[in-house]
Design a protein around this ligand. Structure first.
Ligand SMILES: Cc1cc2nc3c(=O)[nH]c(=O)nc-3n(C[C@H](O)[C@H](O)[C@H](O)COP(=O)(O)OP(=O)(O)OC[C@H]3O[C@@H](n4cnc5c(N)ncnc54)[C@H](O)[C@@H]3O)c2cc1C
Length: 315
């Protein structure tokens, strides 16, 4: 069976859910070989084994953590030259997409970004033009390099006991032109990461600036909080949580839009959500055109009632 490289997305050895999704997808295509960059590979091993990595290639060269993206692309090129994978899967975040693009140039290979599904072939599914078209694509040249959006697959466990292989890479001076001088993790909110969350509750101008009901409902569901641009531009919620064309693109299992009208620029960032629910006091609000369930009402009344009901049913 052919090897499929999966670039592990992690934070100091804590493997993100997106990696479990990539490993699940990789098993449809061949044998998943995880590539782990940085410190903490031993901490990551149980999670990588849980989702079927047959081998873990550890890259610990300090240049990989001290500089921006270019060294990681060079390192993956060297791993690919040795392993000769049949495909390479990378998480579709800003860094992942830049690594993938650089790697595609180096390997003279085709690249597909933002896949929402990958099946044997590999044949990918993408949602394009603000979600108005669904496209299936296949790479026809070189090693298929695919970046996969969060929530593209439900992680399925397949226990393995992968061995760790240390792999030496050589990083060129040309790849060391942008050095990281400082890095601070964002203050943890205790909520899931917006782009990876299975459930998102977003608030808009209709909140009137009070995100309390949004956060309380999100917490009852274990969800992330998002916001429309109108809400973040008003200073009601940090810009990092903006969903839409000029914010984050999300694709959760469930997206709840409360007090959001459904402007095209907002839709562009959430239209591929599996189930969409809106709470809006205006029955004519455009958001109702794309919802699976809609509640016409005041979010300040609807959300606290929903929160109470969810909390009651959980206990
Ligand atoms: C180039 C460009 C890029 C953009 N990028 C983005 C982007 O990335 N993301 C984004 O979101 N927008 C973006 N926008 C802005 C977008 O066009 C809209 O202006 C914005 O999405 C509107 O936000 P909103 O739905 O919260 O506010 P509004 O459109 O004002 O809608 C508020 C909604 O709340 C409802 N409401 C009011 N009170 C209540 C209540 N008590 N209970 C329930 N419902 C209530 C109203 O009926 C209304 O439907 C962009 C615009 C441009 C031009």
């Amino acid at each position: 069976m052919s090897n499929v490289l999966v670039l592990v997305d992690h934070s100091a050895g804590t493997v993100r859910k997106t990696t479990a999704e990539l490993l699940t997808i990789a098993r449809r295509l061949g044998e998943p070989v995880a590539v782990f960059i940085g410190d903490g590979v031993q901490d990551a091993l149980p999670a990588l084994g849980q989702y079927g990595a047959t081998k873990v290639i550890a890259l610990t060269n300090p240049d990989l953590s001290q500089y921006l993206v270019a060294p990681k692309a060079e390192a993956l090129q060297q791993v690919a030259a040795k392993i000769e994978p049949s495909a390479i899967l990378i998480s579709s975040n800003a860094e992942g997409k830049e690594i993938a693009a650089r790697l595609a140039v180096k390997l003279d290979s085709g690249l597909i970004t933002d896949a929402v599904d990958v099946q044997a072939g590999p044949v990918t599914t993408q949602s394009v033009f603000a979600g108005n078209f669904t496209v299936q694509s296949k790479i026809t040249h070189g090693t298929p390099i695919i970046t996969v959006k969060p929530n593209a697959a439900t992680p399925e466990a397949a226990e393995t006991s992968p061995e760790v292989e240390e792999f030496d890479v050589t990083i060129s001076d040309a790849a060391k032109t942008a050095r990281i001088t400082d890095s601070k993790p964002r203050e943890a909110t205790g909520r899931p990461e917006l782009t990876e969350a299975a459930i998102i509750v977003s608030g808009g101008r209709g909140t009137g600036g009070d995100f309390g009901p949004i956060e309380a409902f999100a917490d009852s569901l274990g969800a992330a909080v998002g916001a429309s641009r109108a809400a973040v531009d008003s200073g009601w919620y940090p810009h990092a949580y903006q969903v839409g064309q000029t914010g984050k693109t999300v694709s959760p299992q469930l997206y709840v839009a409360a007090g959001i009208s459904g402007a095209i620029q907002h839709r562009a960032g959430m239209q591929t959500s599996k189930t969409i629910v809106a709470v809006n006091k205006d029955p004519e609000a455009p958001i109702f055109e794309l919802v699976d369930f809609g509640v016409v009402g005041d979010l300040h009344k609807v959300l606290p009632t929903a929160t109470e009901e969810v909390t009651k049913r959980k206990s």
